[in-house]
Design a protein around this ligand. Structure first.
Ligand code: ZN
Length: 284
């Protein structure tokens, strides 16, 4: 089979899956394989320039699933914290310029030298409330992505789906969830969390796999190579009527990042194909 035989209308590739490619290369590369959805990373966007990127995305008929990621908010110093919040306002502007429906909020771990994870979670909540009016003005949602607890120290203190939904409850419609099988597959409350979130609040959904053994913190697997029951998870999404995008997002220092990106994209499409099609009738 090739990509022409699959319905790729809901499928996007997250740019971190092919870090050898610049943004223009990724746009052309994904389109070459019939994929017109892309999740853009901020470092690649900065390198290309927002105006050039917006034009190229339009010309290549690409839709943007998300912009990754926010500037970290792990600052104890009030002045530095304010700078981080302001920087995120500018990232929201960039997200709007490329028609991204959301900015993926990866909020940072603990501030240097700090052990107060509760305090940092409060700081993150404050920042989200400060950003909400600007998000509303730009029309870009704050996409809360809970990260696996192993990242709590250095990448994000937002770790549980239930906590992310609690924040969405408080923030209202300008927020939503970015859900990743890698971060949530182990959670006994994953299915109930999806039901509680509801289809409207899930902005985009990330696919990859959990490898056994996992060799380091950037050792995510290709769909099908690990222990995540993606078929069952897709069924849960169908049961709540989720109609949003599915992104392939693989951090893989030791394997997929080393391969020819064309190969990664080709295999990624084949592996994801059973799980990215249109909404199916709920199973009984
Ligand atoms: Zn993700």
């Amino acid at each position: 089979m090739n990509s022409a035989t699959h319905d790729l209308s809901r499928f996007a590739i997250n740019q971190i899956t092919t870090p050898m490619w610049s943004l223009p290369q990724a746009i052309e590369g994904y389109a070459r394989h019939g994929v017109h959805g892309i999740a853009v990373w901020r470092n690649f966007l900065d390198e290309y320039g927002v105006t050039a990127a917006a034009r190229h995305l339009r010309q290549a008929n690409m839709w943007v699933a998300s912009l990754c990621t926010s500037v970290w908010l792990n600052e104890r110093d009030p002045w530095a914290f304010r700078e981080a919040v302001d920087a995120n306002r500018r990232v929201l502007d960039a997200a709007a310029a490329i028609n991204s429906p959301c900015l993926v909020m990866v909020v940072g771990g603990l501030p240097a030298g700090d052990k107060d994870i509760h305090g940092q979670r409060t700081r993150v909540r404050d920042a989200l409330f400060e950003l909400a009016p600007h998000a509303a003005a730009t029309g870009v949602k704050l996409g809360l992505e809970p990260l696996h607890p192993m990242y709590a120290g250095d990448r994000s203190v937002l770790n549980l789906m239930s906590g992310a939904i609690d924040l969405c409850d408080e923030l209202g419609d300008i927020s939503g969830l970015v859900v990743d099988v890698y971060h949530c597959w182990w959670d006994p409350a994953f299915a109930s969390g999806l039901r509680r979130a509801g289809r409207e609040r899930i902005i985009t959904f990330h696919y990859c796999d959990w490898l056994v053994p996992t060799r380091n913190l950037r050792d995510r697997g290709m769909v099908g190579d690990g222990v995540v029951d993606i078929s069952r998870i897709r069924r849960w999404l169908d049961e709540i009527g989720y109609r949003g995008p599915f992104e392939l997002e693989i951090f893989s220092e030791l394997d997929w990042w080393m391969r020819d990106p064309d190969e990664t994209v080709r295999i990624g499409i084949e592996r994801c194909a059973p799980y990215i099609g249109p909404l199916r009738a709920a199973h009984t």
